[in-house]
Design a protein around this ligand. Structure first.
Ligand code: BES
Ligand code: ZN
Length: 618
């Protein structure tokens, strides 16, 4: 009895003393940030946690100016370092008092470190600044460059490292902040951000925003224009210029269904609202997954919903990318490869396996083209990249997207869909509102999917070796096989049965045109154009690949040269535009490309202009 009592007493004392010890130990909640080569910030020393942005958008001078006030966590450092590029820094305060700051050496892709003196107890720093004409994130458009042609327009593009050109900030995907913003714009315009948004214009041109979920800097976005809102459901809707609004609304009317399908796959949509804004045609990407408000190109408004996989893609980023973010740009495939996989799953859920496989096969061909283009630099065909000393843009090609997709699809076929989905769902849940890198992912994959099921998989080969491993999933589509057959027959017989092509989707047309052999003749192209009027197709994807073939094969019928020049002078979507300039270069027609580029360049966002400059050797 006594002995037992004593043992119990000792046990109780031990338990209590352990608890005591736990209580007195300092809390080590702050996370550790990885070394990273694309930001000057040293978040382990001092890190931003919240931004309060107060800016004025001036279309006349094409300048944004104002104050960025940050809440910070100081880990005992005497400086906090932010990223800044092409910004004019006027003054800085810490805890409300003027403080010393210094801009370090300028680097072509990274810009300058902004070093600010802080104290042990500094809780807030405020930077008064303005943007300059060199800003790379902003594109200021004249009324002429918009759909309605009556008012100017402005939009930002942050990914990968451009946010630092319009806000001084710790521009690393590992650093997440919440934000509030007050944005003053001309009265006739409306401002929207990657945040809680207005749905109507207000009289004074002052808009207030709140983003309550922590996001990395590359996802802070702003658009200002004469736009209107039209709801699709109580949590989805579209913004566009007046002349586009109804068309956009009809095109994207399946948006709510997409959100439901996505939630059924990988868990609740954590951002409350999912809207899309369709921007003027110079927008440099198909889409950009700014949280709560995807930015999109008008080139996907085809009139038949045929290009809406773009919306599924950007929506998918609400999980892969925005909720679980690549830790560094070397891990970019974690954002994009997962997103393509998820996009295709959403499309399958809404429209069936055939449409999903068609998308997968287009990506498969993009991947082969990319492998061919990168055959002199095999290291760039690995999923995990090493972009130290390079611009992260260099790693943003089809490898991350389509090899990433193929890896996940192959893995799915190995483990089965049920296991795959349970695994992905748990992966998103575990890492929500934080970052992962490739190595964390592999560890999680081994522990929660492979080891658990006693399975092995050549993950390391897929991720760390160039090219495509032998066990890659084989993707098939009867529709595409038929297209290939039709093309073969046409090339042999110069005859094409229009009853076969009558119900082709735009993707089938794209597949047809893309697979012309090098020796297709001008008269064969003329015949196709006369029969199907491809030069004047209203589908931008079809015209893009048709123009590419026209350039490569010296086809000049149906005023196609005029149409190509017009296209390049209005559309700034980088993927489209570079495809066409590349075709000119390949066909030894660089002079013609340069002639077009002379006027077209002024219509491009810096992201596109910089890529084309390089491509044309300027
Ligand atoms: N996040 C990307 C766009 C991006 C990538 C911007 C890298 C800056 C740097 C976006 O989600 C995307 O992948 N867009 C694609 C659309 C697509 C694959 C459906 C595009 O722009 O074409
Ligand atoms: Zn993407």
């Amino acid at each position: 009895m006594k002995k037992n009592f004593f043992i119990s007493l000792i046990a109780i004392i031990i338990i209590i003393s352990c608890q005591e010890k736990k209580k007195t130990e300092p809390e080590t909640t702050s996370k550790t940030y990885l070394e990273e080569s694309h930001s000057y910030a040293q978040p382990n020393d001092a890190v931003i946690t919240h931004l309060d942005l107060d800016i004025n958008v001036d279309f006349e001078s094409q300048i944004i100016n104002g104050t960025a006030t940050f809440d910070i966590e100081n880990n005992g450092s005497s400086t906090i370092i932010l990223d800044s590029k092409f910004l004019e820094i006027e003054s800085v305060t810490q805890n409300g008092k003027q403080t010393e700051f210094e801009l370090g050496d300028f680097n072509e892709s990274l810009g300058q470190p902004l070093k600010i003196a802080i104290k042990e107890d500094t809780k807030k720093i405020a930077i008064t600044y303005s943007t300059t004409a060199k800003t790379e994130a902003l594109q200021w458009l004249t009324a002429q460059q918009t759909a309605d042609k009556t008012n100017p327009f402005l939009f930002t593009q942050g990914q990968a490292i451009l946010t630092r050109t319009w806000i001084p900030i710790q521009d690393s995907p590992q650093v997440r902040i919440t934000y509030d913003a007050t944005v003053k714009v001309p009265q006739e315009l409306m401002a929207v951000m990657s945040a809680e948004n207005p749905q109507e214009k207000n009289a004074n041109g002052i808009y207030n925003f709140k983003m309550q979920q922590p996001i990395p800097a590359y996802l802070i976005a702003l658009a200002v224009g004469d736009i209107e809102y039209k709801a699709i459901s109580n949590r989805t809707g579209v913004y566009a210029e007046k002349s586009m609004l109804d068309k956009v609304h009809t095109e994207f009317s399946d948006m709510e269904k997409m959100v439901v399908a996505a939630e059924n796959l990988y868990g609740t949509y954590d951002w409350e609202q999912f809207d899309v804004i369709v921007l003027p045609p110079s927008f440099p990407f198909g889409g950009m997954e700014n949280p709560r408000l995807t930015f999109a190109t008008p080139t996907v408004i085809a009139g038949d919903k045929s290009l809406t996989s773009l919306v599924a893609h950007e929506l998918a980023h609400s999980w892969s990318g925005n909720l679980v973010t690549n830790a560094t740009w070397n891990d970019f495939w974690l954002n994009e490869g997962f997103t393509v996989y998820f996009e295709i799953r959403i499309m399958e859920a809404l429209y069936g396996k055939d449409r999903a496989n068609i998308l997968a096969l287009i990506g498969r061909q993009d991947l082969e083209d990319e492998l061919e283009a990168l055959k002199e630099s095999p290291n760039d065909t690995k999923l995990k990249l090493d972009l130290k000393g390079r611009n992260p843009d260099d790693g943003m090609n089809s490898i991350a997207y389509d090899k990433g997709y193929l890896f996940l699809r192959t893995l799915e076929e190995k483990v089965g869909r049920e296991q795959m989905d349970a695994f992905l769902k748990s992966y998103f849940k575990k890492n929500a509102f934080s970052t992962t890198n490739t190595e964390d992912f592999i560890a999680y994959l081994n522990e929660h999917l492979l080891d658990k099921n006693n399975m092995s998989f050549n993950t390391e080969e897929w991720i760390y070796q160039p090219g495509v491993p032998e066990n890659a999933a084989i993707i098939e589509s009867d529709a595409f096989s038929n297209v290939e057959k039709t093309l073969e027959e046409f090339l042999k017989s110069n005859n094409i049965d229009a009853s076969i092509t009558k119900n082709w989707t735009p993707q089938e047309w794209v597949h047809f045109v893309r697979n012309f052999p090098e020796d297709i003749s001008v008269s064969q192209m003329q015949q196709l154009d006369d029969t199907f009027n491809l030069t004047n197709s209203t589908n931008s994807y079809i015209t893009m690949v048709w123009y590419e073939q026209s350039i490569l094969n010296g086809y000049h019928g149906n005023k196609v040269d005029y149409k190509i020049a017009e296209f390049l002078n209005t559309v700034g979507r980088r993927w489209y535009v570079t495809t066409l300039y590349n075709a000119f270069a390949k066909a030894n027609r660089t002079n013609e490309a340069l002639e077009i580029y002379k006027t077209a360049r002024a219509n491009y966002h810096s992201v596109t202009a910089n890529t084309v400059d390089e491509l044309l050797g300027l």
